[in-house]
Write a new protein. Sequence first.
Lengths: 324, 182, 421
Amino acid sequence: MLQRLEHLLGIEDLTREQISFILDQAAPFQEFQKHPLKKLATLRGKTVALAFFENSTRTRISFATAAARLGADTMNLQAEASSVKKGESLLDTVRTLEAMRPDGIVIRHSSSGAPHLIADRLGMPVVNAGDGTHEHPTQALLDALTIRDRKGKLEGLNLTILGDILHSRVARSNIFLLSKFGVNITLCGPSMWVPRELESLALNVRRVSRIEDALKNADAIIVLRVQTERLHEPGIAPEEYILGYQLTPARLKLANPGALVLHPGPMIRGLEIDPAVADGPQSCVLDQVTNGLAIRMALLYHLVGGAAVEAPPAKEKPKDSPKD
Amino acid sequence: MRVVEKRQLLSSDEIGRTLQRLAHEIVEKSGGTDDLALIGVRRRGVPLSERLAKTIQSFSGVQIPVGTIDITLYRDDLSTVGPQPVVHSNEISFSVDNRDLVIVDDVLYTGRTIRAAMNGLFDLGRPKRIRLCVLIDRGHRELPVEASFIGSKVQTSDTEIVEVHLREIDGDERVVLVDRVA
Amino acid sequence: MLLIKNGRVLDPSSKTDSVQDVLLSEGRISKIAAGVSAPDAEVFDATGMVVAPGFIDLHCHLREPGQEMSETIETGTRSAAKGGFTAVCCMPNTQPVNDNASITRGIVERAAAAKSVRVWPIGAASVGSKGEALAEIAAMKDAGIVAVSDDGKPVATARLMRQVMDYCSTLDLPVIDHCEDPSLFAGGVMREGPRSIRLGLKGIPAESESICAGRDVEIAGLTRARLHIAHMSTTGALEYVRQAKKNGLKVTCEVTPHHFTLIDEDVRYDTNYKMNPPLASRADRDALIAGLVDGTVDAIATDHAPHHAASKDVEFDRAPFGITGFETALALGLSELVHTGKMSLTRLVELFTTGPARVLGMNRKLAAGEVADVTVFSPGQSWTYRVAESPSKSRNSPFDARPFKGAATATIVAGRIIWRQ
């Protein structure tokens, strides 16, 4: 159960039950997004630190909105404007934040393992909003929720992930999550970005070099961004990429009818995805955004809510229900 | 927590008759069924509200809307020790704006649940009126909340618990007063 | 005078393995026999212990001059003594780099002042280890270096390696290379493989080391010079060494204790698992152990690389490479190689004594007239390594709180006990 989770550092170590719980708990928060008044008092008085050492607009806004709608306040650290540029270490930066006593910290960092480094040291919940090329657990959760809502289930579906999988934390988290639910995963992209070892990440993962083969029988397709800022080695020219791997309407037709198209964003229309597909009826990108908010609210509700401070014992209540 | 049954407050038949009476009262005191809607408080308010609506339909011919509200996100006991309770969705398929709402719950005790339910309803819109219908009013109010429609008023002490069993949830059907064992 | 009584004398050179007494006098071994009597001598009771020639560590970093926050010659040698080493060879990647005689002399003088284990400096191959011009190797030899290396990096080009080898062969100095291909290494932080993919850490393929080792062995063939491969970690490099030895080339190699103990699958988000070369695959580790057993590998060397705590307490990819190793080397050798039955105790002692000595072109034996450097250890003693108790200034070891069976009990240099338990 999520109750036993202290942090959300990655999908790899979560059980199927824990993941299902989070997905189920997102439903009330999905419904909540339709309320005229989107403000709860559930986390009133709590503060969530948003420590974004790597630039991100969408994820940061999503977490900030999730916290605000739950009634919490936020502390905002953004890498560009911060002391990190002056050489302050990660631990020192985080300890400075901790001294202001937030009730939880959401961290995005360019080093794989950064959230693990701080989770050991801080006395509060840590939520990984993306660490290096390792994991992006909330993205995988919102992707799974989107697929599950549209398809009714996850088991037995065929998922294709297209793009630079080697450098994608979104891909890894999705692979970890969906394979736990019996999804068949096909990876496809330029071969230097889809090494053999990816098949060892989880069960039912295979690599395919031609996009046409990768899309056959797909029920859902996750299109990854071409990460120009993360290329350490000689890259591939855009025209080459488009030729080999762009998801066009014609290629999409090779997938199962009604196959879902997902993208973690931001999209580069015309590069990895044809605009007609991005804006077409099979595209779930807007649902992904709404679901991201619901997932993050559910996570903050469970991880940051609940006591960090011992309250005086309330009059004893019967199990699970408040005092009537 | 161990409890021992002290006495039965309502039998299955008595619950049935009480609900019948309450259904008629609601319609009477609302001057009809216009704009009326029932909101059952999860958990046991839900089957109660459904039964009331069915009864109302059977004598008035009108099917009044029934919704469900989950108050978990509106509770005021925020700093409890331990994990957060599981949240459930509301299921209110109609707008609450300008509605004549009756909140339905099994037991009215401190009034905090109803306060939370009202907060939840105000997040959804602006009802014309909100009243409360409960099967049992056990006293010990901690907030200025009153029920307009009461099945039965019972004197209880702080250590006692009113247990409502409804067949849809518990299998059996009765209301009992239990006490904590030392 | 020091009489080491009743210990199991294990001298690989003479194939001795028997309980005898060893008498040391005026810095030399005076007598080895049963029932030696020496009424004026200080007595060390070595009952139940092994008495071996003094251990030599071919590869360590003492960080002086310039990086004294992490270690000094004084603290490093005390840590080495606690590990049973009587002599250590320190690499030149200090600040400034040890590329000239005056820095070499400075190191030798600091070591003498520390009055601990012997320190034999290794000089840089190129000026500043920049890989351009030859360093003042002859002058450094006069000042006391025992080998040259640009450790921390590979010797930059094949052409420079050839020049260094040619030059050093006339000076009769071995050239030690840290084998790595910079273009394949580029930005990597651990061995490339399923584990690096899982952790999202940039990987270094094994071929980075083997390509460079192959290059070095070819040049050793061209120059007939003495080549020693530092901290070898791959099957590829091992095979080049094996072939070179078969072809009669003067090629030797060393393996660190962490490379015969841990593997890439052990790596986690803990910078005590980050070192260069990185922890290798299971297959490589097993091949290295086979090489240690069959003699393809000449020596165990620690690559003791202290880094002060704050510098290692950072994200994995930002941390410096390296772990300490003096105090766990013997224990790991015993637990992973001897107690598991993979090799004899004599072979392990060779890897710490005659093997390294041969690489340096010297002898290491327990015989009358030899220098009185002796390592005494208890192969069966149970203990737990606690990094907080180390005399080193640094704490970067993955073996903290690990229980061991086997420990050094006395380290004797020039007839003087410089450390005992």
